[in-house]
Design a protein around this ligand. Structure first.
Ligand code: ITT
Length: 189
């Protein structure tokens, strides 16, 4: 008889903030997440999907299931900026220019995450989004990245102000990772 051992997935990322969120989303599916810290050289790409394909190519040496993720904050009033450049933009400029540019523009925004799963030569992608608005000023110390300026639809506070766990109920990352969990659940012996 083949034993149905819980699958282990190696999540490759430089971003420590993503790790607890990935673990929380996959835990209900009995998937254990091992974190491999790695700094990717991000390609100039026009979509998160292209970046994920490149990340998946560069982790071909990792055994078993390997998971990567690329995400970004998209602001329609800024033609989708910072979008695929979110990490680079934040490293250089933080929130200041975004808050300034949005002073007289609609504040709608959304986060999008593309998760990439690979095993050997096979790979799969899963997408999650959360819609909301950009706050007038940063608030909160939880989470990471743009969390202090993002207010999800139906909330009156930012992701940065949310107690642990609340972001995981609605986030783009959680929504992409739940699909990873469901996928792995169906592939078990
Ligand atoms: P990787 O090693 O996984 O690539 P990274 O931080 O470089 O880690 P990305 O390339 O996916 O991540 O860039 C995503 C950017 O968008 C980065 O600046 C994040 O801080 C930001 N971001 C993504 N998801 C977020 C979230 O849930 N909350 C706040 N900011 C987020």
């Amino acid at each position: 008889m083949v034993s149905a051992r819980p699958p282990v997935v190696t999540f490759v990322s430089r971003n420590a903030g993503k790790v607890p969120e990935v673990r929380a989303a996959l835990r209900p599916f009995g998937v254990r997440v091992r974190w491999k810290r790695k700094e990717f050289t991000e390609p100039q790409a026009e979509s998160l999907e292209e970046v994920v394909d490149e990340k998946l190519r560069s982790v071909g040496d990792v055994a078993g299931y390997v998971l990567v993720e690329d995400s970004g904050l998209f602001i329609p009033a800024l033609k989708g900026f910072p979008g695929v450049y979110s990490a680079h933009f934040l490293d250089l400029w933080e929130f200041g220019p975004i808050l300034e540019l949005l002073q007289n523009r609609p504040r709608k925004a959304y986060f999008r995450a593309v998760a990439g799963l690979r095993k050997g030569r096979q790979s799969w992608k899963f997408v999650g989004e959360v819609h909301g608005t950009i706050a007038r000023r940063p608030a909160g110390r939880h989470g990471f990245g743009y969390d202090p300026i993002f207010v999800p639809e139906g909330w009156d506070r930012t992701f940065g102000q949310a107690p642990v766990g609340e972001k995981d109920a609605v986030s783009h990352r959680a929504r992409a990772m739940v699909q990873v969990g469901q996928f792995l659940e169906h592939r078990r012996p």
